[in-house]
Design a protein around this ligand. Structure first.
Ligand SMILES: [Zn+2]
Length: 417
């Protein structure tokens, strides 16, 4: 790490894709002052401050720091349902610290953690500069109904209680659970309005919670200016969530036309976690330690996911990139650019995929005024990649330079002083 407060840094590169959706700029210059971007423009238009530290990134393309709008930094390394019982909590924490470093090295300067008991503390550790990592926007403990997606029902009941899962039934109880999450310091509230793949006894198509239960939670969250994200895979669960007032739909594997119309009319963000299709395909060849019920459900969702994604995209639904990676093989942190890459693979324009992982992800989280684009006044979260992601989106994985809040964390190239 380097860079004192208020020192001017002048970054030059071959190309700038600023995350606003505008055409790329060739031979850009970005002036960073302290933790913020002071000026951005073509080399010919910008007056470089005297004594500015020069960082010439040569042929790299500059982008805003990437954002993953759906992660779980939980320290998992396995798909085994027993993992949480047989792995000491301290070990999970140490692995989670490693995951934070991997995320930052991969160019992710901001993530939204939608369920991990560790994330709220990781967020503080990163903020106080105890460990390096992305800025974390964390939900803490998600809220589920009894027998719902995060009432971890492959574990014995007493184990779930020990883990402090937020289980609520009925509107009043949901209100209490929301207040508990907020008491923990949640930046947003995560709820489950459908079954899922990683939960043994439910199914992605089954709805969970009622509209009134969801309303009680969104009311509490919105009173204190927090957003609510809902895990909703089946169409019914998506509709319950939106009717209940949530701000984003996570997964949406089985969307129908009505879901898409509701997302549009309620201005709800969609985080499709599409890269899971590729994970599910790979698992057919090599399932690692996935239990049979997980494998079966993965296979049942694979076909619908790209169709739902393209239906929402073509209709103009706002889409943010989120991986749902949580640490095990195929879903390891550091590979989070997989989501933008997969979106392009299934039909999204490269520029839209870049926006999904930058400005739109920031907007989905509600931090678009401070991050998400390379523009004057924003935090200096800037990355450099080898090549042009508009021509080859996979170069989002070739991150050579990472600056977070004005500090250089990764610089694989020689820089002229
Ligand atoms: Zn998730």
């Amino acid at each position: 790490m380097e860079g004192k407060m208020e020192e001017n840094i002048c970054i030059k590169a071959r190309l700038l894709i600023d995350g606003s959706g505008r055409e790329p700029i060739t031979n850009p210059v970005v002036i960073v002052k302290g933790d913020k971007i002071a000026e951005v423009g073509r080399e010919s238009e910008i007056k470089i401050p005297e004594k500015a530290k020069m960082v010439d990134l040569g042929n790299l393309t500059i982008l805003p720091g990437l954002t993953d709008a759906h992660v779980h930094i939980s320290g998992d390394r396995s798909y085994s349902p027993a993992e949480e019982i047989i792995t000491p909590h301290d070990l999970m924490v140490i692995r989670a610290v490693e995951d934070c470093q991997k995320l930052l090295k991969a160019g992710f300067t901001m993530v939204r953690d939608v369920g991990s008991s560790i994330a709220l503390s990781l967020k503080r550790a990163i903020k106080e500069e105890t460990i390096p990592g992305p800025c974390i926007f964390a939900a803490g403990r998600p809220i589920s109904q009894t027998g719902g997606h995060s009432d971890i029902h492959y574990l014995p009941r007493e184990e779930v209680i020990k883990r402090g899962a937020l289980i609520a039934d009925g509107p009043d109880d949901c209100r209490r659970a929301a207040r508990e999450a907020l008491r923990d310091g949640a930046d947003l509230i995560k709820i489950m309005t459908s079954g899922g793949i990683g939960s043994e006894k439910d199914h992605p198509r089954y709805p969970q919670f009622t509209v009134n239960e969801v309303k009680a939670i969104t009311e509490e969250a919105h009173r204190v200016e927090r957003r609510v994200a809902s895990h909703a895979e089946g169409a019914e669960g998506v509709k319950i969530a939106i009717a209940g007032g949530v701000d984003s739909i996570e997964h949406g594997f089985f969307l129908d036309e009505e879901c898409v119309q509701m997302m549009l009319s309620h201005n709800v963000y969609f985080v499709p976690t599409l890269c899971l299709v590729e994970v599910y395909k790979k698992a057919l060849e090599r399932p690692y330690d996935m239990p049979p019920w997980r494998l079966k459900k993965q296979e049942e969702c694979m076909e619908a996911m790209p169709k739902s994604f393209m239906m929402a995209y073509k209709a103009g639904v706002k889409i943010a990139a989120g991986t749902d990676y949580f640490g095990p093989p195929m879903r390891a942190h550091g590979d989070n650019a997989d989501e933008a890459i997969t979106m392009v693979k299934y039909g999204m324009k490269p520029m839209d995929a870049i926006l999904a992982a930058t400005r739109n992800a920031a907007e989905c989280i509600g931090v678009e005024n401070i991050v998400g684009t390379v523009e004057a006044g924003k935090l200096a979260d800037i990355i450099g990649v080898e090549g042009n992601p508009l021509e080859d989106i996979t170069v989002l994985k070739k991150v050579e330079f990472v600056m977070k809040e004005g500090k250089i964390h990764v610089d694989k190239r020689l820089t002229a002083v």
